[in-house]
Structures are given as structure tokens and as C-alpha cells.
Design a binder for this molecule. Structure first.
Ligand SMILES: [Zn+2]
Length: 246
């Protein structure tokens, strides 16, 4: 895969949205979310979401740290600032101390911390974004990554393809439990550049929009190559079900 980042387009997005009072963090979040969303290899069936941590005035005019994360009902390919509702970051992070949280309570608590009360409901993966420290986080359900994770020797393959660059999160349904587990995997190795979510997809992080986006492109490209190398690994394992089928 090729990075489609274009510095002039990124600057144009900043200038276009500055006129509407949108800050540069959110403008760049709009720009690279659209890049991801317009690539069918990355967002099959509309899956995926993105976020940025920034500072915004609340309705009383007081500056607060927020997470702007894709709202439900918005298509990444056509996202605009209203599709990235801002949620107060501190209360979201406090939720990590809980042992469990139902989906209904997660939605209620998240909506209660929205800056704009009429904003769309933030993604079901909001807490996963909130528990990570990085400014930008990109998440896709890339078919290449999913097919790599589905191979018979996935752990060994991922070691070969990514080494220590991506943390690995066992399968859990999206929601509070997944967010906590992903944050624990990250904390155990804070040097990782992203996370592989078993049977689900991939997160990449960055200090800026371009870094998070280009890490996604690089990791997906590595997955494409890794899937092609997977058959060789099976041949070296006489016990592999795939080899026995031949
Ligand atoms: Zn997902």
C-alpha cells in the first residue's frame, strides 16, 4: 500500500476548517480519517474509527482536554468535524478503574461527558482510544491484517512480520472489556507503535496525524507481504492442518 498523504491537501484542510473555528488537530484528524475511509482495503463494511486528543473550550468557555472520536452514523470517507464528537478526557480515563461496565452504561457515561449535548454518540471503541496516551490513534479492520491473524501459525507469523512493534490483544467483543485489555497490553510494552486485535483489526498510534496514518499504511503493507509468506510456514510444519489437506 502507498501512503496517500499530501502535505498541500493537509494544509488546505487546516485552512478550510479554520474559517469555521475548527482547530488544526481536528482538521488533520478529518483529513487523515478521510484518507483511511476512502481506501476499500482498510475499511471493508464501513469498519474502523479514529481519534485525536486536543483542547477545546466547553460550553462555558473554559478550555478542557477532550477526545474527539468518530461518532456513530458517520462514514470515515466523508467525515467532517461534527462527525468527531468531543468528549471530556478525564472522566473517560477514570472509568479504567472499574471492573466492568455494560454497553448501556458506557454509552450513558460517554454521552454525559460530551461537550456538545446534541453530538452523535461516540464510537463503541471510544474508551480504547481514551485509555491510550497518544495524540492520534487510527483503527481499521484491514482485510490483510485480518487474514494474517487468521493464518494457522498466526503468532509465529506476527513475530516474523512485526517483531515487537505491535502489541497483541486476544479476542474480546468491542466494549469496555476490550478497552481495558488493550490498555493493559499497551502498558506492558509502551514502546509498541500499535496493537493487533485478534479477529478484529489493528490500531496504530502517533504523535501527529501523519505518523499514525503512515504507520497504518506500513503495518498493513507488512501484513500483505506476511500473508503471502504464510504458506511456507505451513510447509515446514508436517502437523499443520493446512499441509495435511494438500
Ligand atoms: Zn473495530
Amino acid at each position: 500500500m502507498q501512503s496517500r498523504w499530501n502535505e498541500r491537501d493537509a494544509q488546505n484542510t487546516i485552512e478550510r476548517l479554520a474559517g469555521a473555528g475548527v482547530n488544526a488537530d481536528i482538521a488533520l484528524r478529518v483529513y487523515s480519517t478521510q484518507l483511511l475511509g476512502r481506501d476499500p482495503k482498510l475499511v471493508l463494511h464501513g469498519g474502523g474509527n479514529t481519534s485525536v486528543k486536543t483542547r477545546l473550550p466547553d460550553l462555558m468557555g473554559e478550555a478542557v482536554d477532550v477526545l474527539c472520536v468518530k461518532g456513530s452514523g458517520w462514514d470515515m470517507a466523508a467525515i467532517e468535524p461534527p462527525g468527531l464528537p468531543a468528549v471530556r478526557l478525564a472522566p473517560l480515563r477514570q472509568l479504567r478503574t472499574r471492573d466492568a461496565l455494560s454497553d448501556e452504561d458506557m454509552v450513558r457515561l460517554t454521552r454525559a461527558s460530551l461537550i456538545e449535548p446534541n453530538a452523535p454518540t461516540p464510537s463503541v471503541e471510544t474508551l480504547l482510544h481514551a485509555f491510550l496516551p497518544h495524540k492520534f490513534a487510527d483503527h481499521t479492520h484491514s482485510t490483510a491484517v485480518l487474514s494474517l491473524l487468521d493464518q494457522p501459525h498466526a503468532d509465529e507469523l506476527c513475530d516474523q512480520v512485526y517483531g515487537e512493534r505491535l502489541g497483541r490483544v486476544a479476542y474480546v467483543m468491542p466494549g469496555f472489556a476490550l478497552a481495558k485489555q488493550a490498555a493493559d497490553v499497551f502498558d506492558a510494552n509502551p514502546h509498541v507503535q500499535g496493537l493487533l486485535l485478534h479477529k478484529h483489526g489493528i490500531f496504530t498510534f502517533g504523535a501527529d496525524a501523519r505518523e499514525a496514518y503512515e504507520r497504518m499504511i506500513e503495518m498493513v503493507t507488512l501484513a500483505e507481504r506476511g500473508s503471502r509468506a504464510a504458506a511456507k510456514l505451513c510447509l515446514r510444519r508436517p502437523s499443520c492442518p493446512r499441509t495435511r489437506l494438500r
